[in-house]
Structure formats: structure tokens, C-alpha cells
Ligand binder design. Structure first.
Ligand code: DSN
Length: 426
């Protein structure tokens, strides 16, 4: 791979020629995604158009700063790219200001803490043990180490966020910021009530809508925008865009937020990913996307019905959104074993703590299931009901190899009927 001068001449060669080992790994991951039923609630299949934007030459450009105010030359094109992403993001949600540079949901949250708080300030958020995210104040995370987090949870009987508890906690800890949003909460979150409580105690409201950003854009979940001063999201979950984050705020906080992102917590933005976000925001404004969000919720309800009919218990008894949480408390099944058995039959999901879980996080009494990815792939309620039956039977046959093989064949039949990324097979 060198010319006569000894200078590397691999610039124009494809991955398979430059690095066959890595290329083969990517091919295997493509096959895994094509063959398996993907039920991880936070995952999705991003369109080829987004893959193309993220794999573009925009990756080569340094662009610290904001469109029109950069620390590098040659930013004319990426200025246009980023400005387009910002305008589309704002229009999608009716937001006053957007910063599309956060590399992830974690940095999006960090940016808001940096903009809205001083180190040590009090924040009230959902406990991770009840469905919150690690960046919502877990003690081993930067959030829990840098700020003073207090938590609310869900009611033991109903599995629902207890707004009375949120209010009494807010009066007790007098937070500067109240955070609503979760990673494993199967019900609609009442942002209007959160805002009323925040106003009562003189706090600002932040919503981390990472999981439900697509549902909000599609009009099938209450929007946090009229209610919260700060909204963070990832772009790769229900939004089905590239892996990354975005933050929204009121116009009066725009400068504070932008400074928190850069130079506060990040350096150069990933303009190729921002280009992918621009495509994602464009697609999320279409009627097709809205229909898909409705279908995600229908599919989750169809799956819940079959699991309940099959004798499984669900946290809160069902779902309003894209995910459900199977509850194995007081049974011999664990989240870990369920995840392993489902892997065996070609279904990918994740073990997950449930509220008041008595098992450790490495084992758990819960299994989180989500419908965004398979809805993107084309599954409707009929297919989700068959997925539900396969799950129930898998958890029943457990280690019976012949039974698991039969179930694997059924799950492969389902995915074969809904091809994915056909043009990516080389
Ligand atoms: N890890 C994500 C999830 O699975 O919900 C949240 O960041």
C-alpha cells in the first residue's frame, strides 16, 4: 500500500482491501442486525441516507464554534450543514433554540447542568433504580459527583410516577432544577404537572426526552416544549437518526447553553454526525414518520397483550409508549436468563432492573422490550403478536434445545419476511 516514494497510497481503497479483518466484523454485525429481532428499546435502524451523511467527508472538518463564528477557516459548507440541522430541529419541535453539537445524550445532559447549575446545586430526578438514567445523578456518574441529586420514584403498587411524591420531595430538597424523563418507564410522563411543581418551588424544569423524542415529534406523546426550560435528547432512539445528542432551550438561555457545549464540555463538533441529524430531523417531519410513531405504540400494546395473556407480569400493567418492562419478581426467571434465552432464539433485548428490584443489576428481575427498531423494519401488530408468542414460549421451554431451535426458526421466518439494508450486502 505504498507507492515508489514510500508514501501511503491507500486513500482511495475500500475498507475490505485496507482492513479485511475489521471489514469482516462490520459484515458480521450487518448480518446479525438483518437476522435478529431487535427489541432493545433504545435502538433503531437508521436510514441509509443517514448512514451516507455520517460516512461522508464532513468527518474531516474541524469547526469549533458555531455557524458563522468558527475558530477555523474553510467552514462555509459545514456552517450551512449545521445551520440546516439547527433550523430543522427547532421547526420539528417548535423550539426557540437548539444546539445540535452534543456528541451523545450524556453530553447533552452535561451541557444543561453546566448551563443551568453551579457545582453542588440540588437537582430532583427519577431514581435510576426506578427507570431514570445514569446521568440523572447516579453516584458513580459525573452528574452524581458534581451536583446534589435527590430522587423520586414510582408507586410500588401502580408502577406509575407518584406526582404527590415528586411534589413533596421538591418541597423537601428545594432543587434548582427538576428533571423529568426516563430510560425504562413504560407510561406517558405528565410534563405539565412537573412544570407546575417546578414553578411552586422556584425550580427550572429539564426534560430528557431521549427515549420518546420520536413519539413527541410524531404527536403520540405529550410534548415537553411548552412546559420545560431545557430539553435534551439523543437522535438515535425513536428518532431513528445518527448516534448523538441535541439540546433545546428558551431563546433567553441560548448563549448560556451554547457556551456550555463549547467551550464548556466539548471541542470540535462532529459535522458528519450533525449532517446525519439534519437528515433525521427532515424525515421526522414527514407524515410517514408520524404514522410510524403511531405504529410503534400500537405494536408495543400488541406485544403487551400477548405477554399478559401468556401469564407474564408487566411493570404498571402495560404500556403507553414504545417499551414494556417484564417483571419476574417472585419467580425463578431472572432478567439475565431471559436475555440469554431470547438471544438463543434470535431475539435481542436487555435485562433491566425493575422498581423495588430485589436482585442485583447484573441479574435483575426485569426484561426491557421496545418496538421502535422492528417497527422501522416493517413489523405491525400481527408480527409483534407472533414475537410475543415466541417470547412466552421461550421463557417456558427454557433449556429444551429442540424447543429453542423451533422457536429460532420461527423468529428467522419473521425477519426473513422483512429484509433490512439489502443494498449494504456486498
Ligand atoms: N443506554 C440507553 C438505554 O438503553 O436506554 C440510555 O442511554
Amino acid at each position: 500500500m505504498t507507492d515508489d516514494s514510500g508514501v501511503a497510497s491507500y486513500a482511495d481503497l475500500p475498507l475490505a482491501d485496507v482492513d479485511p479483518l475489521l471489514s469482516e466484523m462490520v459484515a458480521r454485525e450487518l448480518t446479525r442486525q438483518q437476522r435478529n429481532i431487535e427489541l432493545i428499546a433504545s435502538e433503531n435502524f437508521t436510514p441509509v441516507a443517514v448512514l451516507e451523511a455520517v460516512g461522508s467527508v464532513l468527518t474531516n472538518k474541524y469547526a469549533e464554534g458555531l455557524p458563522g463564528k468558527r475558530y477555523y477557516g474553510g467552514c462555509d459548507v459545514v456552517d450551512e450543514v449545521e445551520a440546516l440541522a439547527i433550523e430543522r430541529a427547532k421547526a420539528l419541535y417548535g423550539a426557540e433554540h437548539a444546539n445540535v453539537q452534543p456528541h451523545s445524550g450524556s453530553t447533552a445532559n452535561q451541557a444543561v447542568y453546566w448551563a443551568a447549575l453551579e457545582p453542588g446545586d440540588a437537582v430532583l430526578s427519577m431514581s435510576q433504580a426506578h427507570g431514570g438514567h445514569l446521568t440523572h445523578g447516579l453516584n458513580v456518574n459525573f452528574s452524581g459527583r458534581g451536583y446534589t441529586f435527590y430522587h423520586y420514584g414510582v408507586d410500588r403498587e401502580t408502577g406509575l410516577i407518584d406526582m404527590g411524591e415528586v411534589r413533596s420531595q421538591a418541597f423537601k430538597c428545594r432543587p434548582k432544577l427538576i428533571l423529568a424523563g426516563a430510560s425504562s418507564y413504560p407510561r406517558e410522563i405528565d410534563f405539565a404537572s412537573f412544570r407546575r411543581i417546578a414553578d411552586e418551588v422556584g425550580a427550572e424544569l429539564m426534560v430528557d426526552m431521549a427515549h420518546i423524542a420520536g413519539l413527541v415529534a410524531g404527536g403520540v406523546h405529550q410534548s415537553p416544549f411548552p412546559h420545560s426550560q431545557w430539553v435534551t435528547t439523543t437522535t438515535h432512539k425513536t428518532l431513528a437518526g445518527p448516534r448523538g445528542g441535541t439540546v433545546f432551550c428558551e431563546a433567553k438561555n441560548a448563549a448560556r447553553l451554547d457556551k456550555a457545549v463549547f467551550p464548556g464540555i466539548q471541542g470540535g463538533p462532529l459535522e458528519h454526525v450533525i449532517a446525519g441529524k439534519a437528515v433525521c430531523f427532515l424525515l421526522a417531519a414527514t407524515p410517514e414518520f408520524r404514522a410510524k410513531q403511531r405504529r410503534i405504540v400500537e405494536n408495543a400494546k400488541a406485544l403487551a397483550d400477548v405477554l399478559l395473556a401468556g401469564g407474564l407480569k408487566l411493570v404498571s400493567g402495560g404500556t403507553d409508549n414504545h417499551l414494556l418492562l417484564v417483571d419476574f419478581d417472585d419467580t425463578e426467571m431472572t432478567g439475565r436468563l431471559a436475555q440469554e434465552l431470547l438471544d438463543r432464539v434470535g431475539i435481542t433485548a436487555n435485562k433491566n432492573v425493575i422498581p423495588y428490584d430485589q436482585r442485583p443489576p447484573t441479574i435483575t428481575s426485569g426484561l426491557r422490550l421496545g418496538t421502535p427498531a422492528m417497527t422501522t423494519r416493517g413489523f405491525g401488530p400481527e408480527e409483534m403478536r407472533e414475537v410475543g408468542r415466541i417470547i412466552v414460549e421461550t421463557l417456558t421451554v427454557k433449556h429444551d434445545e429442540a424447543g429453542l431451535n423451533r422457536l429460532l426458526r420461527r423468529s428467522r421466518e419473521l425477519t426473513a419476511a422483512f429484509p433490512l439494508y439489502c443494498d449494504l450486502n456486498s
